[in-house]
Design a protein around this ligand. Structure first.
Ligand SMILES: [Zn+2]
Length: 281
């Protein structure tokens, strides 16, 4: 299949022929950066791990050039960092037994440019060939520009498909800002209780991101446990680890993304104010 950036590649961990490797996809994760999928889409990876009829395919849109670097990576050039990050993403794909891993290699500036055709074309082509049931991407209230840009390009790519060929579900996931603020009725609940060992391994391969002292692995595992504990103030916990998602499914078909996220924020505002007023404030 043809991808736009000259450095783009598709890695198939079990070396199956590419067509059949991609056709088996049921769950697709589309993230801006190398490591985003393992931090935000663990639910999809676990749903598919060691399941003969379910397969996770990963897509990383950007090239990883702008990565912060420290520790033994301090003197690395942008080109060297791109190689390191590609290598780490392939390790994760191998550990997580992904169907395939796309590395699209677009510069961040291209991802953030709504008029750049290459990103949208690649995502449309990937959706057509993988035909996933569920897609995980970034949520619209994330505070990283490239993350929100990827979510918007995914929505645009879904809309280019015939309505019957669109995924059944599109979920916006947590990285830079969690979704605990969503009203409970608006939260997509993604339990990730199982295989903590695998989750830790998947996050742990991103040494270049963690070695400088940013413990994304511990922070993300802690966030998952905190969500499970603080979900219900009454009763015992149903789950030991949860990831929250923002349901973006309606936006694959119609509607304005900014109006969608504005409605979610309004419901949060209404809920908070109603409680304060009810209790005399
Ligand atoms: Zn990211």
């Amino acid at each position: 299949m043809k991808l736009n950036h000259p450095t783009a590649e598709i890695f198939v961990p079990d070396q199956s022929p590419l067509d059949s490797a991609l056709a088996r996809t049921t769950h697709l994760g589309i993230g801006a950066h190398h490591d985003d999928l393992e931090f935000m889409a663990a639910h999809g990876i676990l749903e598919c791990f060691a399941q003969p009829s379910r397969w996770f395919t990963g897509v990383i849109v950007s090239d990883g050039a702008g990565t912060a670097r420290d520790f033994k990576y301090k003197s690395f050039s942008d080109e060297q960092m791109k190689d390191v990050r590609r290598g780490e993403q392939k390790k994760a794909a191998y550990v997580g037994e992904y169907a395939a891993q796309f590395l699209l290699g677009h510069p961040s500036s291209a991802v953030k440019d709504a008029k750049h055709a290459g990103v949208l074309e690649d995502l449309s082509a990937i959706l057509r060939v993988t035909r996933p049931e569920v897609v995980y991407t970034h949520n619209l209230a994330d505070k990283h520009d490239t993350h929100v840009a990827v979510a918007l390009r995914v929505l645009a790519a879904c809309r280019e498909l015939e309505p019957g060929a669109r995924p059944k579900r599109l979920i916006g996931c947590e990285v830079w800002r969690d979704l605990d603020w969503l009203c409970d009725s608006d939260k997509v609940q993604m339990p990730v209780d199982r295989r903590e060992n695998l989750q830790n391994a998947l996050m742990g391969v991103f040494d270049s991101q963690i070695a400088g002292g940013k413990r994304y692995d511990l922070a993300t595992a802690g966030r998952r446990k905190a969500h499970a504990t603080y979900f219900e103030s009454h009763g015992t916990d149903q789950h030991t680890a949860l990831i929250w998602g923002m349901d973006l499914t309606p936006l694959m078909h119609e509607g304005d993304p900014s109006a969608h996220v504005a409605a979610l924020m309004r419901r949060f505002e209404d809920e908070v104010l109603a409680r304060v007023r009810r209790l005399g404030g």
